[in-house]
Design a protein around this ligand. Sequence first.
Ligand SMILES: Cc1cc2nc3c(=O)[nH]c(=O)nc-3n(C[C@H](O)[C@H](O)[C@H](O)COP(=O)(O)O)c2cc1C
Ligand SMILES: C=C(O[C@@H]1CC(C(=O)O)=C[C@@H](OP(=O)(O)O)[C@H]1O)C(=O)O
Length: 390
Amino acid sequence: MRYLTAGESHGPQLTTIIEGLPAGMPLVVEDINTELARRQKGYGRGRRMQIEKDQAMIKSGVRHGKTLGSPVALVVENNDWKHWTKIMGVEPLDEGAEEEIKRKVTKPRPGHADLNGGIKYGHRDMRNVLERSSARETTVRVAAGAVAKKLLKLLGIEIASHVIEIGGVKANSINFTSLKELQEVTEASPVRCFDQEAAEKMMKAIDDAKDNGDSIGGVVEVIVEGMPIGVGSYVHYDRKIDAKIAAAIVSINAFKGVEFGIGFEAGRKFGSEVHDEIAWEAEKGYYRKTNRLGGLEGGMTNGMPIVVRGVMKPIPTLYKPLESVDIETKEVFAASIERSDSCAVPAASVVAEAVVAWEVASAIIDHFYSDRFDGLKASIEEHQRYAKEF
Ligand SMILES: Cc1cc2nc3c(=O)[nH]c(=O)nc-3n(C[C@H](O)[C@H](O)[C@H](O)COP(=O)(O)O)c2cc1C
Ligand SMILES: C=C(O[C@@H]1CC(C(=O)O)=C[C@@H](OP(=O)(O)O)[C@H]1O)C(=O)O
């Protein structure tokens, strides 16, 4: 499967085209809108989220509630567009109008894409960079992820995400008994954290950062349960599923690192404390007694839950000014801004869930017969039977 996205943050709409879905898979627009609404929630976001009410439109590839096997095009319109039609219009500007539109961006923000993107494409109005580097684009990545999530759900594979750290405040009691419980508790938490005590402290940390004109980041965790064994590859680097998931996490705006299972802790322990012992039972088939490696060995799934974490740096746009250089005057200035999020870690955990769902669903489509949805389901069930007896 593959997908592309298009759209500027303050342009008319965001678009994604998804290709490679099996035909005959049930899909309705509510499957996507539920996920879009989850991404919009979350403590610490700026005023833009009050303007937008993200709703997808399915423009192709679905008929009477089922996929056709042809590309699925999804569109999400930007409500904010109506305030930006002059600044973001596609028609050439009338003479003198450039002066009139006084929103030219010549002051690059440290930590954002402005300066590097400006130099790369020759954009001396760095609005041309920020419009596309904005995490507004994650709206349609979540839309594509929602389609992947629907596919996984229909195949008995569940995925959930939660926030485990914000601004140095760590969640302690993350002993959930099932993914369902984790989902229910985190959906009700404004910071998408399972540990209610930590959640209060996280909100306070966000408030404090905001009051100081600053921003904070954090760590999110995604868990996938029910994966068949052997999805991915040990044969070639570009089919390794851990590598694909890692790339997907780090492709999210402001994500700077990724770890699986016990993660970087593995480098501080003995092999006997890291590797998961193998066991077999007639009912379960093969399983691991522990899951310190997060469900992945040799670039493939091992049937245990996939556990992946990503770290998000603090938001770059700050009310508290950091020094930068105006590209027109070359003078040093202290950046000032109109609006920004002070923390987007809760929203980003929904994005992380979406991109992981996409990678896992893609790997399944690559691995099994996938022209028809019923054929895909049967092929996975047959594989599960085979792996149990192996
Ligand atoms: C959900 C979400 C919301 C974000 N909101 C903002 C924001 O309001 N202001 C900002 O400067 N950066 C925001 N970012 C981060 C920037 O998009 C990101 O730092 C920028 O694209 C530069 O890319 P890099 O940090 O990956 O190097 C957000 C990121 C995510 C995932
Ligand atoms: C629009 C979204 O996030 C935006 C991501 C973003 C950035 O620089 O990444 C900057 C802000 O945009 P604006 O300047 O329009 O307020 C955020 O609101 C969204 O998540 O849907």
